[in-house]
Design a protein around this ligand. Structure first.
Ligand SMILES: [Zn+2]
Length: 254
C-alpha cells in the first residue's frame, strides 16, 4: 500500500511537472502564434486593406477616431447640401457612420485577432473543408459592400497542423473587415492559413461574392458574382483528387 501511494504520488508529481512544461509550451505557442498573425500583415500600414498606424488601437484611441471621423462625415454631408443637423433622421448619422466603420466595417484594421492555437493532426491526412463562411467586406475603390461566402480547404498531412475550426472564420473576419479588393483578400486569407498550418500539403481558398459597386452603381448589374481562388500545394495540380473533392464540396465547376 505504501509503495502504491509512493508510486502514485511520484506519478502525480511527474504529471504535474509535465503539465507545467506543457502549459509553458502552450503559452509560448500562444505568444508565437500571436506574432505570426501580426507578421501576416503584408499590406503597407495605413492602406485601406492594411492595419491602421498604431494597431491594435485602444478603446480610447477608437473613441477619438470615431469623434474625428464623425466630424469629417458631417462636412461630407454639408458638401452634398444635406441639412443633416436639422433632419431628425440624419442628425446622428455622422456618428453612426463613424461607429460602423471603426467597430464593424473596418474592425480588422483596428482590432487584433485573438491568438490562434494549432494542434497536431494525429494521423488525419484527408482534406479539411469549411464552406460557406459568411463574408462581409467593402471595396477599397468605391466603399460599397462586398457580400458573399468564403470556402476554405487544407490538407494537414503528416507534418502539418490543424487549427480550431472557428479560427478559420476569425481569419476571414480579420482580413475582410477592411477596405479590400477581392483578389488580394483571397491571397491574404490563403497565406494566413498556409502559415498557421505550416507543414501542410496544400491550402485552397475560394471567395464567391457580389459587389454593390457593380449592382448599385456604374453598370448596375444585380446578381453578378466574382469568384476568386488561391491555391497551393496539392490543390495546384490538375485532376488532383483533393482539388476535385474541394470543388465538388462547394459545387463550383472548374
Ligand atoms: Zn468597387
Amino acid at each position: 500500500m505504501n509503495e502504491f501511494i509512493k508510486n502514485y504520488s511520484s506519478s502525480e508529481i511527474s504529471t504535474e511537472f509535465e503539465s507545467n512544461q506543457l502549459f509553458q509550451q502552450f503559452n509560448d505557442d500562444l505568444v508565437s502564434k500571436s506574432k505570426i498573425i501580426n507578421n501576416l500583415e503584408v499590406v503597407k500600414t495605413g492602406y485601406a486593406n492594411g492595419v491602421a498606424e498604431g494597431y491594435p488601437l485602444s478603446s480610447e484611441e477608437k473613441d477619438e477616431m470615431i469623434r474625428k471621423a464623425s466630424h469629417a462625415f458631417g462636412l461630407f454631408l454639408d458638401a452634398l447640401k444635406c441639412d443633416w443637423q436639422n433632419d431628425p433622421n440624419s442628425s446622428d448619422t455622422p456618428n453612426r457612420v463613424a461607429k460602423a466603420y471603426v467597430n464593424d466595417l473596418w474592425a480588422g484594421r483596428y482590432n487584433e485577432m485573438s491568438p490562434i492555437t494549432s494542434f497536431p493532426s494525429d494521423g488525419y491526412d484527408g482534406i479539411v473543408i469549411e464552406r460557406n463562411i459568411p463574408l462581409t467586406s467593402m471595396c477599397s475603390h468605391h466603399h460599397q459592400t462586398i457580400i458573399g461566402v468564403t470556402h476554405i480547404g487544407y490538407i494537414a498531412g503528416d507534418s502539418g497542423k490543424v487549427v480550431g475550426l472557428s479560427k478559420l472564420n476569425r481569419i476571414v473576419e480579420l482580413f475582410s473587415r477592411r477596405g479590400a479588393i477581392q483578389e488580394q483578400l483571397t491571397s491574404a486569407i490563403h497565406n494566413a492559413i498556409n502559415s498557421i498550418t505550416k507543414g501542410n500539403n496544400g491550402v485552397i481558398v475560394t471567395i464567391v461574392a457580389s459587389h454593390n459597386c457593380v449592382s448599385c452603381r456604374g453598370v448596375k448589374h444585380k446578381g453578378a458574382e466574382m469568384v476568386t481562388t488561391k491555391a497551393s500545394g496539392e490543390f495546384l495540380e490538375n485532376n488532383n483528387i483533393y482539388r476535385k473533392e474541394f470543388f465538388d464540396s462547394i459545387k463550383i465547376n472548374n
